[in-house]
Design a protein around this ligand. Sequence first.
Ligand SMILES: [Zn+2]
Length: 150
Amino acid sequence: MHALYNFIIYCDVSLITFMKISILMSYKETILYSVIKAKCPRCHEGDFYETNNPYNLKKFDKMYKKCTVCGEDFERETGYYYGAMFASYGLTVAFGIALFIVMCVLMNFTEITFLITFAILQLLFMPIFYRLSRLVWINIFVRYKELKRN
Ligand SMILES: [Zn+2]
């Protein structure tokens, strides 16, 4: 009986470990991982920006020219990141709608309060949106590919 109990515990622990690994692996392979962690869209390991702090106002927009791990070209072509304006627009609209639902529908604030809050939050979150929109834009065109290790 004791052996059976130990076996069940052993299977349980292995299954949980396996599930943890597979969840972590699949999350690391998603676009969300690259966007949120600000990682290279190709290998998801090299950093995309020189600083991880969006409120380091001197350096928050500084990107590496190439991935320091896999060598993926982040510049791609002249004016490549003009397209990030579309991503920025999409993020801003999504944020506005979410904020509107929370403030006006769920919490019964007036529309003018919503507009003022939205404007202030947009100013405060500008560096974050700037960085996210570039990451979203490059992730549309570059797919994840696992690094071959020797
Ligand atoms: Zn890379």
